[in-house]
Design a protein around this ligand. Structure first.
Ligand code: PMP
Length: 369
């Protein structure tokens, strides 16, 4: 029985020969490979989570609030205060991580016979979730400096007429933000072609030098902004993602969401974290400063670095990025090899973690010169 493999099973044709998402989870001293927030939640918040979860536990015999109204209200308040753009509870939807938000969007607006486009390199899960939902995936172009070539992107949209267009800003893994004019141009192109949905993935927006694109939602019902508590809120383990869009979009994703998809424990924990937004955003400021330090130190060491608006930095260039990745790992520091020839990505950690990383890459530079 042990010799049965995936491809021996009657799996869907498009899954044959494919591998799952797999950032290595290695036990090394310094882990800077998955863009996590390095700061554990502050103790008063841990206490508050325990309190709210204890309350929730008393009702675990019941299903949770299916529409997560209290949580969506607080998320809407957070978006309004941080962006200055008025967002209401009806404009917000939440799910288990923004990956699930994206899955629900593709189940609603993509699916068999439909396509989605992203401009790559970008977040690989957009394509993988497309595949998982039976949505055809189109890999759109990017310039050599990883900016989006607007004319080429407009052409790709006009030619392929995708049903869903993904724009990640700040982009993962490259770190650069997409100018609002570019997003607007792509939105216009997408409306002229089909019309189709444009999903702006703002997983890292709190780390950006610039502002959220939330105000672009006004008068654009086919635009969706996707967000997460995994990065800025330092709560990757919580699994809480959300979107802001026209209320009709929120109604539409409810056609595909599983009933009671957000557990009462998740809702209670997220609500506790939202009570501590001020402290958590303080950590974001520290991480932004550390990110800027990584950029300047890497440059000073002679590396090429992509301008970063995220909590990570893409750096190179290496003749063989996998060998460079291994050499950095040999010094106890895990960074990410996204398979982009010549480049590696490092997440901003604590000052001590970043020092260890900088020591490792300085060592590597000495070896290479
Ligand atoms: N979007 C982007 C661009 C990401 O990099 C990530 C996580 N790496 C996600 C979405 C998903 O995050 P989560 O499911 O934890 O919200």
């Amino acid at each position: 029985m042990n010799d049965v493999r995936i491809d021996d099973l009657p799996v869907r044709d498009e899954l044959r020969g494919k591998s799952p998402y797999g950032a290595p989870q290695l036990d090394v001293p310094v882990r800077l490979n998955t863009n996590e927030n390095p700061y554990p939640l502050p103790e008063p918040l841990v206490e508050r989570i325990a309190e709210r979860v204890r309350e929730a536990a008393r009702n675990l015999n019941r299903y949770p609030d299916r529409d997560a109204v209290e949580l969506r209200t607080k998320l809407a308040e957070y978006l309004t205060t941080t962006s200055g753009y008025e967002v209401g509870v009806a404009d917000v939807w939440a799910a288990n991580g923004s990956n699930e938000v994206i899955q629900q969007l593709l189940q609603t607006f993509g699916g068999p016979g439909r396509t989605a486009i992203g401009f790559e390199p970008s977040y690989s899960m957009h394509g993988l979730i497309a595949r998982g939902t039976g949505t055809g995936w189109i890999s759109g172009p990017r310039n050599d400096d990883f900016t989006i070539d607007v004319a080429a992107a407009e052409k790709a949209i006009a030619e392929n007429q995708p049903d869903v267009v993904f724009v990640t800003t700040p982009n993962n893994p490259t770190g650069n933000a997409v100018p609002p004019e570019t997003v607007l141009a792509l939105y216009e192109a997408a409306q002229a072609a089909k019309p189709s949905m444009v999903v702006v993935d703002e997983a890292y927006i709190e780390f950006s030098h610039g502002d959220s694109l939330l105000p672009l939602l006004a008068g654009r019902p086919n635009l969706v902004i996707s967000r997460t508590m995994s990065k800025a809120f330092g709560a990757a383990g919580l699994r809480l993602g959300y979107l802001a869009a026209h209320p009709a979009v929120v109604d539409a994703v409810q056609l595909v969401r599983l009933p009671y998809h957000l557990s009462a424990v998740t809702q209670a924990t997220a609500l506790a974290a939202l009570e501590h937004t001020g402290t958590l955003l303080g950590y974001v400021e520290q991480l932004k400063a550390e990110r800027d330090r990584l950029v300047s130190e890497l440059r000073a060491t002679g590396y090429e670095v992509v301008e970063s608006d995220a909590n990570f930095v893409q750096f190179g260039r290496f003749e063989d990025s996998h060998t460079a990745w291994q050499k950095i790992l040999d010094q106890g520091v895990l960074v990410r090899d996204n398979g982009i020839p010549g480049w590696l990505r490092v997440s901003a950690g604590t000052p001590e973690e970043n020092d260890a990383f900088l020591d490792a890459v300085r060592e590597l530079k000495k070896e290479q010169s």
